[in-house]
Design a protein around this ligand. Structure first.
Ligand code: ZN
Length: 175
């Protein structure tokens, strides 16, 4: 027990349940063994440096920053195992109106169902967001990167431009 230095605010907020299972401020593993992690209903908490996610970096104006990730595996009767959690952080985006670079607060939910073949993938597609496992590696970084890419705004606006021009539909003039 005692004070652990270097805990980030996000991790302190998470409470003890997840923190107990992983060291504070740990880097999130790139891969974990899928079958055993599912069987143990493992929880993962840690950080990923934005610069380690090349597909994401392509959409940003700067590779600086860190993502705080919490993920929980679990199973339910007659359904594929789930992977749920959150990804939080601040990303540098370019405002599409004034072209200035600004800090965008990311708070993305992860809620996936892990399936092992394409038949199951299409079977569960209607009710869930299936994730097809290609082998016994659960690629945590790649999954987080996918979810963050999906969460990015299509047309980013900095807070100033959002206030200045909340709705620009009438400017288009459809006549
Ligand atoms: Zn702007």
């Amino acid at each position: 027990m005692g004070l652990i230095e270097n805990g980030t605010r996000a991790q302190m907020r998470t409470g003890s349940k997840l923190a107990r299972m992983k060291q504070k401020a740990a880097h999130l593993p790139i891969y974990v063994p899928a079958a055993s992690a599912i069987a143990r209903e493992s929880a993962f908490q840690g950080t990923i440096l934005v610069e380690r996610l090349p597909r994401l970096v392509e959409s940003l104006t700067s590779p600086d920053g860190t993502l705080d990730v919490e993920l929980q595996l679990g199973s339910e009767m007659a359904r594929p195992p789930f992977l749920r959690g959150h990804v939080r952080g601040n990303l540098r985006l370019q405002c599409q109106r004034c072209l200035e670079d600004f800090s965008w607060p990311l708070d993305a939910k992860v809620d996936l169902r892990l399936v092992e073949n394409e038949a199951d993938e299409s079977r569960w597609l209607q009710d869930y967001e299936p994730y097809l496992l290609e082998d016994d590696r659960l690629p945590l970084h790649a999954i987080v990167e996918d979810e963050v890419l999906l969460a990015l705004p299509l047309s980013p606006r900095c807070p100033t431009c959002e206030r200045a021009e909340p709705l620009s539909i009438d400017a288009a003039g459809t006549a």
